[in-house]
Design a protein around this ligand. Structure first.
Ligand SMILES: [Zn+2]
Length: 301
């Protein structure tokens, strides 16, 4: 009887098809003691036109006729302090944001507040790369959205977009933080990795942009890879990692990185989270023939 009621409840949930968290665009997940929140900034109809080298047959195979969604996400990590409450002041509790979205409509700021973190309680913003949909939310009209946060990004990325091939939008977004930008030089996967902050390790994933960085989150033996823009259309790029997107500055290098990180995540059973993977934006990777399969964390089997 109990089993029947449970099955009924499950079916009920599936019939509705969408949870409150999903409606709110927030997915919460634990990495040891760390609380990780995947935050959706926006979702719209996706376009397979951004894929490079995908022929008609391949698209037909992986893209459903009714289309698919494109999403833009950021992640908030609440690191508990010695008092045990995440983000509590004076006890080493920290709130770490990974990427800042476009900033459109203040959507991410609202979601962060909903999680009981005020903008001035964000201690660090880790930037995977300097594209507008990742740094735009750092500021509004030249004012820092996170007045006390330090910005962390790879020195290669900063150098490229503020000196070599200047992105004025990135320069403007970073300007209010000029005295608190910390750069780092991430090691490659398989190299000697160094923590940037306790439990946070950057890994080089150059290709999408010259300094594109992936962050490994680790606590109490649990791990999560937040991989920024290693992919844009999960439906196609998990099964065929060799397909890149027009947004990838170096299509070849990003394809190599994509396969490398998928392989690493699958073999080491480390869940991944992505900025352009639709809700819950987080899941596990499995080897599937020549390619991979993505299993979203909220999927009921
Ligand atoms: Zn992006």
């Amino acid at each position: 009887m109990k089993g029947k009621i449970f099955a009924g409840l499950l079916l009920g949930t599936m019939a509705v098809g969408i949870t409150t968290q999903e409606r709110e665009g927030i997915y919460s997940y634990k990495v040891g003691q760390f609380e990780v929140f995947m935050l959706v900034e926006g979702q719209r109809q996706g376009s397979a036109g951004i894929l490079v080298g995908a022929d008609e047959a391949l698209l037909k195979r992986y893209i459903p006729a009714e289309g698919f969604f494109h999403t833009a996400n950021a992640f908030l990590i609440k690191v508990p302090g010695s008092s045990g409450s995440p983000g509590s002041s004076g006890s080493l509790g920290r709130n770490i944001l990974v990427d800042a979205g476009t900033g459109a409509g203040g959507v991410l700021l609202e979601k962060i507040k909903k999680l009981r973190v005020e903008p001035d309680q964000v201690d660090a913003v880790l930037i995977t790369h300097l594209h507008g949909d990742h740094f735009g939310g750092l500021h509004k009209d030249g004012q820092a959205n996170f007045p006390k946060a330090k910005i962390y990004l790879s020195s290669r990325e900063l150098e490229y977009f503020t000196k070599t091939n200047i992105n004025q939008g990135a320069v403007a977004a970073l300007a209010p933080y000029s005295t608190r930008i910390e750069t780092f030089n991430p090691a490659e996967l398989g190299g000697r990795l160094t923590e940037l902050l306790p439990g946070i390790t950057p890994i080089a994933a150059y290709g999408h942009t010259p300094g594109h960085t992936v962050f490994l989150v680790e606590n109490s033996g649990a791990k999560l890879i937040i991989w920024g823009d290693l992919m844009h259309i999960a439906l196609v790029q998990f099964p065929v990692p060799e397909i890149s997107a027009t947004y990838d500055m170096d299509a070849g290098a990003s394809a190599v990185m994509r396969r490398q990180f998928m392989d690493y995540a699958a073999k080491n059973k480390i869940p991944v989270g992505g900025m352009h993977i639709v809700y819950p934006g987080l899941g596990t990777v499995e080897i599937d023939g020549e390619g991979f399969r993505f299993v979203p964390k909220n999927k009921l089997f």
